[in-house]
Design a protein around this ligand. Structure first.
Ligand code: UD1
Ligand code: CA
Length: 460
């Protein structure tokens, strides 16, 4: 069957990262390097993605799971050798295969698509994507003949002094006709400066065998940038982040300071929302229209409806409904579901709790494992005492209840609708509806006690 395949090379050790983790599992903008490459391949219409793993193979395989097929390269004997390890997964396939580096996450799906179209239109056995770089150090150089056609790719370590001056380099991204690739791989040798089987040599082999081989120059040279060390990880992250932010800007989102805003690749934001400086918006967060986000907020895996305002807050795996205000300095922990037109004010922490519409929790509260109704007022310093030292327990507060300042609600407890709890109470029993609950020591006055203590007043 003719379907488009891809091979992602991800077996290398990535020594210069100085990391316990395999290089391709390092993250930029919410995705690992190899996932960016994978997504670009699938985005270009690839049906079958093979990842060649080697160094810490199990970690990469556990991470990617069933999203791709794997080929194991036990010893890293070069990029050509890596592709050979996928032979058994390719040989019954017809059509074309795209080869990509698992450490070069900036390549766009459209670029791969374009390369493939030109590959097919020119009836090529192989097409390599190239880029013009002002500094070509470290890359394979594209050697073109008199007619301008590619003749070979020379690795830096094998290049002559003249070849080192060539600015057009190999991106490490190729389209191959599968049967021609397999034939060329069988002829590879490792007679070169690094003693490796170079995938790049398959092009010269195909050219010598009178097959068409093309070299297509990429417009945006940055797309070929690979990650070998932490500095390059940062450079790639900057480019990806700027691309993501520009996409949101063109969709109608205002980002006040793109250099100080970090948005993951899967985030969705609707128009007329304004993002203030210092925000990190992560995972698959969805933000509605006309929101004001930030400054200095970290929002991870949340869904936020329209007209929400969030200031200086941290929010994880939570849902915030329209017209609600969060912060400054609030903390929404996983499982918080906040209704419409709610106020979650300063130094308020909410965890695994449902907060009804129009409820106010304005200052210094903890609400965990609770269900709070609509139009409830949780006074300053009110606390849900959800943990008894062994188990987490649940508290339920009915609609229109008033919870006074500095109240402890010792879970499990139910406060029914319209109940009123006096400030400073420690509530351990159910409060019926429409009732006042006072659970605190009565005030005692000892007249002139202070003066008596200091012996200032001997008339009493
Ligand atoms: C390779 C190209 C070079 C190109 C550059 C682009 C060759 C011989 N050279 O060089 O022309 O300009 O990429 O970035 O192909 N890998 C394996 N198994 C191996 C060796 C490598 O899976 O045995 C993987 C690495 O993990 C990496 C990718 O292949 O993801 C590229 O390997 P690397 O060693 O970085 O190749 P370069 O020397 O950069
Ligand atoms: Ca490399």
């Amino acid at each position: 069957m003719e379907e488009l395949s891809a091979i992602i090379l991800a077996a290398g050790a990535g020594t210069r990262m100085k990391s316990e983790k395999p290089k391709v599992l390092h993250e930029v903008c919410g995705k690992t390097l190899v996932e960016w490459v994978c997504d670009a391949a699938y985005g270009a219409g690839v049906k079958n993605c093979i990842t060649v793993v080697g160094h810490k193979a199990q970690m990469v395989m556990d991470y990617l799971g069933s999203r791709v097929q794997f080929a194991l390269q036990e010893q890293q004997l070069g990029t050509g050798h890596a592709v050979m390890q996928a032979k058994h997964l390719l040989q019954d396939k017809k059509g074309h295969v795209i080869v990509l580096g698992g450490d070069a996450p900036l390549v766009k799906a459209e670029t791969i698509k374009k390369a493939l179209e030109s590959h097919i239109a020119d009836n090529n056995a192989a097409t390599v994507l190239t880029a013009e770089l002002s500094d070509s150090t470290g890359y394979g150089r594209i050697v073109r003949g008199k007619a301008g056609r590619i003749v070979q790719i020379v690795e830096q370590k094998d290049a002559t002094i003249e070849q080192l001056d060539i600015k057009e380099v190999n991106s490490g991204i190729y389209c191959f006709n599968i049967s021609h690739l397999l034939e060329a791989l069988s002829k590879l040798s490792n007679q070169n400066a690094q003693g490796e089987y170079y995938l790049t040599d398959t092009l010269e082999i195909l050219i010598k065998g009178n097959h068409n081989v093309g070299a297509m120059k990429i417009e945006n040279a940055y797309e070929i940038l690979g990650v070998n060390d932490r500095k390059q990880l940062w450079q790639v992250q900057q480019i990806l982040n700027q691309n993501i932010i520009e996409k949101h800007m063109y969709n109608g989102v205002t980002v006040i300071d793109p250099n100080n805003t970090y948005i993951d690749g899967n985030v969705e934001i609707m128009s007329d929302t304004v993002i203030h400086p210092g925000c990190m918006i992560q995972k698959a967060t969805k933000i509605g229209a006309n929101c004001i986000i930030g400054p200095n907020s970290q929002i991870e895996g949340c869904t936020i409806e329209d007209y929400v305002e969030i200031k200086n807050s941290v929010m994880v795996d939570s849902y915030v409904s329209a017209h609600t205000k969060v912060g400054p300095f609030a903390y929404l922990r996983p499982g918080s579901h906040i209704g419409e037109n709610v106020k979650i004010g300063d130094f308020v922490e909410v965890k695994n709790a449902k907060i009804g519409n129009n409820t106010k929790i304005s200052h210094l509260s903890y609400v965990g494992d609770a269900q709070v109704g609509e139009n409830v007022n949780m006074g300053c310093g009110s606390i849900v005492v959800n943990y008894d030292g062994k188990k987490k327990q649940k508290t339920i507060i009915g609609d229109n209840a008033f919870v006074g300042c500095n109240v402890n609600l010792v879970s499990p407890v139910i406060v029914h609708e319209n109940a009123f709890i006096a400030a400073g109470s420690t509530i351990t029993q159910e409060v019926p509806k429409d009732s006042l609950a006072i659970a605190r020591e009565r005030q005692t006055i000892k007249k002139d006690w202070v003066r008596k203590r200091s012996g200032q007043d001997d008339t009493v």
